[in-house]
Design a protein around this ligand. Structure first.
Ligand SMILES: Nc1ncnc2c1ncn2[C@@H]1O[C@H](COP(=O)(O)OP(=O)(O)OP(=O)(O)O)[C@@H](O)[C@H]1O
Ligand SMILES: [Mg+2]
Length: 310
């Protein structure tokens, strides 16, 4: 047992440029520990280095420098144990078209040396909703079904750590919810540590206990989701006025924008200005309120603030 499911120190990856192209520093020395039992989000813009990091953990890409421990096992010193501890659902749909879902799971189980008695192919097919397709050729599966099969393949050897690289990219809403329900269940009932990447930030906000953001090969933030959201304390009050305002509210600390639909968006720092003060500035401008709503910063705001700062 170990406290950290993943411990990464000084991780670097430089891809050599093909045919005289310059080399590419995809990871520039990343330190990251991921607590055992968490649902952890790895976020970052396209090309940030997320898949590179995941593929190094999975043993699919060779690192240039640094160390990686999975479930306490160093990937260089204990490659067999570290690989057994992790299951990876890759971003690329790399399935053999001639295997059926059941066949693909059995082959995968064979590769990992899972004894016949410990194989749970039917249970996994049921869980990912592919029972009725278990004997169909993979090439006849839809994109969403292929993704589900990739999730199934990552689970055959009962890993302690499950890594999902963009599990819901291009997946319909119903399937996305099914995937998330399954992932939560694996985390809760089996204590599986889950690491995922996604470009749907509301998904990360809802699912993840903790989040790391990487940008251009460097870790630029790592905190609990709640703390990251707390970093931005801008709030916006949306006022729908009874009649078009003659003058706009004026008060230091409140920024007013009139939106095309006639509503007024009043932004303020929650730590400095109270909602009461915003409302009285509205009254002072002679505006009668028909309706009022508030908007709070979400993960998208935090993400944009952090990744566009560079
Ligand atoms: N096999 C490779 N050979 C050369 N360069 C690569 C290779 N794989 C990735 N890269 C480069 O490494 C950088 C990081 O890529 P990576 O796939 O890790 O990003 P990512 O964060 O997963 O992006 P995305 O959100 O688009 O999936 C990019 O600049 C990419 O061009
Ligand atoms: Mg990627």
């Amino acid at each position: 047992m170990t406290h950290h499911a993943i411990e990464i120190t000084g991780l670097k990856k430089t891809y050599r440029g093909a045919k005289g192209a310059p080399e590419n520093q995809a990871l520039k020395g990343v330190d990251l520990s991921i607590p055992n039992g968490s649902i952890f989000g790895l976020l970052g813009p396209n090309g940030a280095g997320k898949s590179t990091m995941i593929n190094i953990m999975a043993g699919l890409v060779l690192k240039t420098a640094g160390s990686v421990k999975i479930w306490g096992f160093d990937i260089d010193a204990n490659p067999r144990q570290s690989r057994a501890a992790i299951g990876v659902m890759p971003q690329e749909l790399n399935l053999d078209p001639f295997f059926s879902p059941r066949g693909a799971l059995e082959v995968q189980a064979g590769l990992y040396g899972v004894p016949k008695a410990q194989r749970t192919s039917d249970e996994i097919l049921e869980m990912v909703g592919l029972s009725d397709k278990s004997d169909a050729y993979a090439r006849t599966l839809s994109g969403g079904m292929r993704r589900r099969l990739l999730l199934g393949k990552a689970l055959v050897h009962h890993p302690q750590v499950l890594v999902l690289d963009e599990p819901t990219a291009g997946v319909d809403i119903e399937l996305r919810q099914m995937l998330w329900a399954n992932i939560r269940k694996l985390n809760k009932e089996r204590g599986m540590t889950i690491i995922l990447t996604t470009h749907y930030l509301e998904e990360a906000e809802e699912m993840c206990d903790e989040i790391a953001i990487i940008n251009q090969g460097e870790l630029i933030a790592r905190d609990s989701t709640a703390n990251l959201l707390g970093q931005i304390d801008t709030k916006t009050m949306l006022i729908d006025p009874m009649t078009p305002p003659v003058q706009l509210p004026q008060k230091t600390g409140i920024e007013v924008v009139q939106r095309p639909d006639g509503s007024l968006a009043l932004s303020y720092q929650a730590g400095k200005t109270t909602a009461e003060e915003v409302l009285s500035a509205v009254h002072d401008a002679g505006i009668v309120i028909r309706d009022v709503k508030t908007e709070q910063a979400d993960l998208e705001d935090v993400f944009l603030a952090l990744t566009s700062a560079k």
